[in-house]
Write a protein that binds this ligand. Sequence first.
Ligand SMILES: C[C@@](CO)(OP(=O)(O)O)[C@H](O)COP(=O)(O)OP(=O)(O)OC[C@H]1O[C@@H](n2ccc(N)nc2=O)[C@H](O)[C@@H]1O
Ligand SMILES: Nc1ncnc2c1ncn2[C@@H]1O[C@H](COP(=O)(O)OP(=O)(O)O)[C@@H](O)[C@H]1O
Length: 330
Amino acid sequence: MTKDDHVDHVADGVGSSQAVSDHSLTTASRSPEAIDRIHFTRSYAKINLTLDVLQKRPDGYHELATIMQTIDLYDTLCFSLLDEDRVSMVCNRPELSNEQNLVVRAAQAIRQKLGLTQGLTIELNKRIPVAAGLGGGSSNAAATLLALQQWWQLPLSMHDLWEMASALGSDVPFFLSGGLALCEGRGERITPLAPHWPAAMRWLLLLKPAIGVSTATVFRKLTATDHSNGSWSQAAQTALQTKSELLPTDLYNGLERGVLEQYSEVAQARAAMLQAGAHFVRLSGSGPTLFTTFATLPEAAKTQYQLQKQGYEVYLTRAITTDNTEIAYF
Ligand SMILES: C[C@@](CO)(OP(=O)(O)O)[C@H](O)COP(=O)(O)OP(=O)(O)OC[C@H]1O[C@@H](n2ccc(N)nc2=O)[C@H](O)[C@@H]1O
Ligand SMILES: Nc1ncnc2c1ncn2[C@@H]1O[C@H](COP(=O)(O)OP(=O)(O)O)[C@@H](O)[C@H]1O
């Protein structure tokens, strides 16, 4: 299934016409000549199914073992050729329209590596909640690397892209391939896992509490009991590969205890999810986004409705695998 055919999802509760209108919005006000000078891509979010925090390293970062999964909640990126030797960007979130944005840094990394002078304007339409534990910025950076590689047919190997991705951020290498993967180190050592997604977890319901969480503070406040030796991720990997199954009890996040303790809004949101019908709730990344899963759409939609009625920002979505041109649901 191509992106253009992909109209039947209910990602983030927007409804079925959104996927098609991404393209028509982008092309609406442009001449045919201008359309030859643009390239369009999507950039998907992730959740962490497991997150083991191992020891602290000399560089101040913690060694991690985490199983990540891309989901059908996405930003859109539109690249246009610019007849100047620079990269400019515009974003529907004005606070992100600057040169520090990861899409600008990714495009500059490619231009510098290959000594390119071709300029670019990047239009970024954010729909993935920002600083939410969903990897939006990292995904945007990887999508930019992949889009320029594909559009300009660049002489870059997967290893070149991986090196640039690792320099841009911990989660960026994962998004070069996405899908389901075990990520180790700071996140740069990727082991793709066979795409077996358990039917009992078909529908993902995400809740983004209306607060920001500081990743640095969350790591600083870890206690000895929050650390593990990677065994949660190892066990989940085995369950996925041998039984094609993952139970709620297999999911784990070593950052969760601290986040729930430090941020009462997250603890309240978790309680609201359980009250509204969630059988379990887990934190994604360093939060504050929480997620749960359902086997059936009616069950998921009922819980979504209950939470939306209480004013929560909720997204109903699915696990996906994508090679950046095709998307498939597990
Ligand atoms: C924990 C994850 C899991 O996906 O969370 P999310 O960003 O998705 O929430 C990521 O690895 C986040 O990695 P990254 O994006 O590099 O985190 P940053 O914001 O740069 O980290 C801020 C600070 O948190 C601490 N930190 C971060 C990552 C890590 N593996 N160990 C750490 O100790 C460090 O002190 C670092 O300076
Ligand atoms: N393209 C981008 N999208 C989102 N955030 C970005 C982007 N580029 C840089 N950032 C910065 O990265 C920070 C982390 O954002 P994000 O990647 O959404 O969250 P997380 O790391 O929790 O998954 C933001 O606060 C923002 O300052």
